[in-house]
Write a new protein. Structure first.
Length: 66
């Protein structure tokens, strides 16, 4: 990877990490769960994406992690 591009990506990643908990996504999550129409279940975390917010919400609603 180009050294300049890697530096830009790393700065972006650091900024994202520093701000990832500052967004209130609860309305979006609640809408998702309402449409999902399942109270509890098994959650398979594939490790894709940033990964924290959705698993935390599922677990807080009584789901089990597979």
């Amino acid at each position: 990877m180009n050294k300049d591009l890697k530096a830009i990506y790393n700065r972006f990643a650091e900024k994202y990490q520093d701000n990832r908990e500052t967004f209130d996504m609860l309305d979006i999550f609640n809408d998702f769960f309402m449409k999902l129409n399942v109270e509890k279940g098994e959650l398979l975390d594939l490790g894709c994406g940033t990964g924290d917010a959705f698993p935390k919400l599922f677990l807080s609603k009584g789901w089990n992690r597979s």
